[in-house]
Ligand binder design. Sequence first.
Ligand SMILES: *[C@@H]1O[C@H](CO)[C@@H](O)[C@H](O)[C@H]1NC(C)=O
Ligand SMILES: *[C@@H]1O[C@H](CO)[C@@H](O)[C@H](O)[C@H]1NC(C)=O
Ligand SMILES: *[C@@H]1O[C@H](CO)[C@@H](O)[C@H](O)[C@H]1NC(C)=O
Ligand SMILES: *[C@@H]1O[C@H](CO)[C@@H](O)[C@H](O)[C@H]1NC(C)=O
Ligand SMILES: *[C@@H]1O[C@H](CO)[C@@H](O)[C@H](O)[C@H]1NC(C)=O
Ligand SMILES: *[C@@H]1O[C@H](CO)[C@@H](O)[C@H](O)[C@H]1NC(C)=O
Ligand SMILES: *[C@@H]1O[C@H](CO)[C@@H](O)[C@H](O)[C@H]1NC(C)=O
Ligand SMILES: *[C@@H]1O[C@H](CO)[C@@H](O)[C@H](O)[C@H]1NC(C)=O
Length: 830
Amino acid sequence: MVAACLYFLCLLLYLTTGYGQDGKFSGPLKPMTFSIFEGQNPSQIIFQFKANPPAVTFELTGETDGIFMIEPDGLLYYASTLDRETRPIHNLQLAALDAQGATVEGPVPITIEVKDINDNRPMFLQEKYEGSVRQNSRPGKPFMYVNATDLDDPTTPNGQLFYQIVIQLPKIGDVMYFQINNRTGGISLTPQGSQELDPAKNSYYNLVVSVKDMRGQNENSFSDTTSVDITVKENIWKAPEAVEVIENSTDPHPIKITKVQWNDPGAHYSLLDKEKLPRFPFSIDQEGNIYVTQPLDREEKDSYVFYAVAKDEYGKLLSKPLDIHVKVKDINDNPPTCPSAVTVFEVQENEVLGSSIGIFTAHDLDEKNTVNSILKYKIVVQAPQIPIDGLFLVEEYEGKFQLARQSLKKQDSPQYNLTVQVSDKDFKTLCFVQVNVIDINDQIPVFEKSDYGNLTLPEDTAIGTIILTIQATDDDEPFTGSSRILYRIIQGDSEGRLGVDTDPQTNAGYVMIKKPLDFETAPVSTIVFQAENPEPLVSGVVYNTSSFASFRLIVTDVNEAPVFSQHIFQEKVSEDTAVGTKVGNVTARDPEGLGVRYSLRGDTRGWLRIDPVTGDIFSAAPLDRETESLYRVQVVATEVGGSSLSSVSNFHLTLTDVNDNPPRLAKDYTGLFFCHPPSAPGSLIFQATDDDQQSLRGPQFTFALGSESFQRDWEVSKVNGTHARLSTRHTNFEEKVYEIPIHINDGGRPPLERTVSLPVTFCTCVEGSCFRPASHQAGIPTVGMAVGILVTTFLIIGIILAVVFIRIKKDKGKDNVENAQATEVKPLRS
Ligand SMILES: *[C@@H]1O[C@H](CO)[C@@H](O)[C@H](O)[C@H]1NC(C)=O
Ligand SMILES: *[C@@H]1O[C@H](CO)[C@@H](O)[C@H](O)[C@H]1NC(C)=O
Ligand SMILES: *[C@@H]1O[C@H](CO)[C@@H](O)[C@H](O)[C@H]1NC(C)=O
Ligand SMILES: *[C@@H]1O[C@H](CO)[C@@H](O)[C@H](O)[C@H]1NC(C)=O
Ligand SMILES: *[C@@H]1O[C@H](CO)[C@@H](O)[C@H](O)[C@H]1NC(C)=O
Ligand SMILES: *[C@@H]1O[C@H](CO)[C@@H](O)[C@H](O)[C@H]1NC(C)=O
Ligand SMILES: *[C@@H]1O[C@H](CO)[C@@H](O)[C@H](O)[C@H]1NC(C)=O
Ligand SMILES: *[C@@H]1O[C@H](CO)[C@@H](O)[C@H](O)[C@H]1NC(C)=O
């Protein structure tokens, strides 16, 4: 009983979803579903149903297939092995019956799901498969399928199949050309297969393909194999040969020009414009025929490259696009064109027969180096036909123009207009060539006369004056270097006093003065001109006497003022030069050789005197650098006799310094004071100066007391080269002005010295200022006077203090006391 119970429990573990409320293995009658693996041993209990009275038995109906049974006590079991592949689901009805066999409960649905076990092998539907593939087919796109079936439940691994290529024959270098989709069995090319398969090398392959169930992942899976024969076929999706399309076609368009074809029918074709043309003149139809849709123009574009594309019905590329090359073939549809409206050549008069005049090149847009663009030249008209027709020749193919008959003469015609016919295979174009005959320098300039006579000019004729116009003419072509005339003075003017300018319009030569004429050196000269061209003469032609002319230049004398040898005369002397010393000299010369007298002008200080005959200049008074360091006067030279013409020059006399100024106090020192009575000895600083020119270091004065009698009370000490300090030796001074003699020496060469008097006042101080009478007077103010002033002042201050604010008291006070403070003063504390 225990064993049976254990077995029962163990069995029920296989049963899955029971819904019994009383438990997993027994319960009242109600709808239930049971899952049972197929292939189990039979006579297995499924469930124990319980019925309530009056029910005494159960009835099982439906798809029992004679397998499912129920005992009267409600024990449901199955009696033979289940097979999912026969019936995967059994739908049963269960009812409870009373003793009379009448239904008292139910019927309720009982569902039995038969669960799969892997009890079926996969099997290929065919023992052998055959397929074919085009060379270069897209890798991964299946070209055939193998198909196996497995009866097991496809929703479980038992029925899920896994395909595999086991063997590929032949297999060279371990390269797989084929692959299989492991789920669908679709066979396709690998990328190598797509590239390398070539029916010309091997067109037949055999594969052994296996299929496994359990997704091929279980070692208990079943398998099957099949054989697959594959034929590799030639790829007909190939770029066609380049196509030639004749341009400017008049045939009705579109015109078929080539064709592409996909390996299998049903492909969708299109063209792809690779060059992104504004206008794409090609189309393709669904047979793969390619058309040109309008006339092409080689001169606009001579070749096209574009792609032909094949796609499947889903718009996916079947293979790589094909390059289509179209070359546009030339026809002669363009006439020759002239290089310009008129082509101009130039020929010199003297060029000989056969001389090349120039190359004439017309153009043709048609294809180069074909009959369509090879041009022929021919002269058809020469105008004028003077002196004869056929003066020119053109080489038929090269376009080289030559003189055909004789040298040209400008007199015959300065210009020839030629009409040139240019022809290609079909067209003729007329072009115009103009040949200009150019003059050469075969004419010399010829003077209108060879002698321009006598020309008299005063020697002071102004520079730039035109004194003569000369004229020669030249018969060469006007306004060229062959006819322009340059006049050159070849004789009579070695000094270059004259020049000739040519008017380019008239070739007139204007003779003008470039440098002053001089009677004294050249009173008469014969001037000879030569007229020349800038261009050289052609050989065989030379300048002859007709190209020369002359005139006689007579210069008359003019009385001229004396001329100083210098514009400024400069001298330098020491300022202490003695009166009557020669300080300089000037010289002037009269061009006419007259005597000269000198005089001074602007000698404002009367310092100088000039010798009227020699021009020597002397000092006439003591000179002083400190007054005028650069003395400027004018010197006048006047010719003696004649028209008394005079001229003026400058005399600058620089005075160099000598130490001729003694030192002095630098300023007025009348305001120096000490408050009286002094509480301690004090001192103050003063400064000296000197008017002489000082060295860069400045003056170096020495200071001393001027009298020995002062040495008891006073002391002088040097601060630096210009400043000294005056100190009191004690505090015992009277309230008065002391005049202190100070001896200052400038240390110059020779040294100069001076004793100056420095007035120092001892006075009663009011708020730091010296109180004393307004005017400075040496001597002692009387006591009464000082007291009176003091009392009055205090009185006024008192009144003001009474009426104004305290803060302005100080200012008011100062207004009433003389402020005699000097900057250098350091007053004693009062
Ligand atoms: C394989 O064969 C089964 C049964 O004939 C069929 O249902 C299925 O579509 C086939 N599969 C392919 C990929 O041909
Ligand atoms: C089956 O093929 C898929 C791609 O189609 C691949 O991802 C998968 O790895 C393959 N399974 C095995 C076991 O090779
Ligand atoms: C086509 O040819 C005709 C003469 O044959 C010419 O007049 C025309 O300009 C040409 N068209 C083009 C586009 O070249
Ligand atoms: C040549 O043609 C030009 C116009 O192109 C004209 O002015 C000139 O007079 C012509 N010369 C001759 C010599 O016919
Ligand atoms: C020019 O002057 C010279 C003398 O200087 C004289 O012989 C000659 O006759 C003069 N000629 C003319 C044209 O006056
Ligand atoms: C100089 O040559 C020109 C021509 O070149 C000629 O007309 C002229 O008579 C010649 N003059 C002399 C003086 O020989
Ligand atoms: C001054 O005269 C002397 C001769 O007495 C001369 O050598 C010197 O050049 C003259 N100086 C000037 C400036 O004329
Ligand atoms: C000399 O001393 C005075 C007073 O100290 C000063 O003002 C002045 O600049 C000094 N001069 C020189 C040249 O040092």
